[in-house]
Design a protein around this ligand. Structure first.
Ligand code: ADP
Ligand code: MG
Length: 236
């Protein structure tokens, strides 16, 4: 997936300022930057739930969205996972995971079981969200997002609501499932440590602009300026 020259203004203020990005199948690209720099706005435009003022999205070289032509969000083969993208409380775990699925009852059930096995939550298949811990709920949310086999996965700070003790395990688990499915992943985070841990490629964002892009090792070791040095300084 390629995003070209995204621009978004709110009340005359430019919050996404000429952002271009490429995300490849089987790879994780991290959009990393401080709070308020425009990460979520960028992600929402890619998801198609918000409109860019200018810019285009291409998938496999084919235009799927510009300011005139838009493939509707539900046909973009995009999976979403947000920190506050809650499960449906009145639906069972199985029905939460099956929510976006098409096909016969049996086909859906097979897919649901496959995913719940992957996230190691089969024992909760007939349970309800409130019976699960935060980490378990987040794994159900991952299963739900992956169930329709999205080619592109957009994740906005999906782990920031979890306590430290759980977070590392869920990060690793999520990463291995995403890689296995060969999804192109765009992960938004304000935590350098998370980007260093998960990314194949980091795009460092500040005040609406991408100021540096590259492999984590390079971005970390060759910071583009003093602000980048201090932003990374809390990484161990
Ligand atoms: P991030 O996800 O990096 O924290 P956001 O994309 O949420 O940043 O926000 C970028 C900037 O755009 C912020 O200053 C925010 O206040 C502003 N913004 C976001 N959405 C709106 C909106 N709907 N109307 C006005 N300003 C907005
Ligand atoms: Mg945000």
């Amino acid at each position: 997936m390629e995003i070209r020259n995204f621009i978004r203004r709110f009340e005359g203020r430019v919050v996404v300022d000429d952002v271009s990005l490429t995300v490849q199948a089987g790879k994780v690209t991290c959009l990393l930057g401080p709070s308020g720099c425009g990460k979520s706005t960028t992600l929402r435009m890619i998801a198609g739930v918000e409109m860019q003022d200018s810019g285009e999205i291409y998938v496999d070289g084919k235009l799927i969205c510009d300011t005139v032509f838009r493939v509707p969000p539900e046909r973009r083969e995009i999976g979403l996972m947000f920190q506050d993208f809650a499960l449906f409380p009145h639906l069972s775990v199985a029905n939460n995971v099956a929510f976006g699925l098409k096909g016969s009852k049996d086909e859906k059930r097979t897919r649901v079981e496959e995913l719940l096995n992957k996230v190691d939550l089969m024992r909760f298949i007939d349970g309800f969200p409130h019976q699960l811990s935060g980490g378990e709920q987040q794994r159900v949310a991952l299963a739900r997002a992956l169930a329709p086999r999205p080619r592109i996965m957009l994740m906005d700070e999906p782990f920031s609501g979890l306590d430290n003790r759980l977070r590392d395990g869920i990060r690793d688990e999520t990463l291995s499932i995403l890689k296995e499915q060969d999804a192109a992943v765009l992960l938004v985070t304000h935590e350098p440590e998370e980007a260093m841990r998960m990314a194949d490629e980091i795009a460092l964002m500040r005040r609406g602009k991408i100021v540096q892009q590259g492999a984590p090792y390079n971005v970390y070791n060759r910071p583009v300026d003093k602000a980048a040095v201090s932003f990374f300084s809390d990484v161990n």
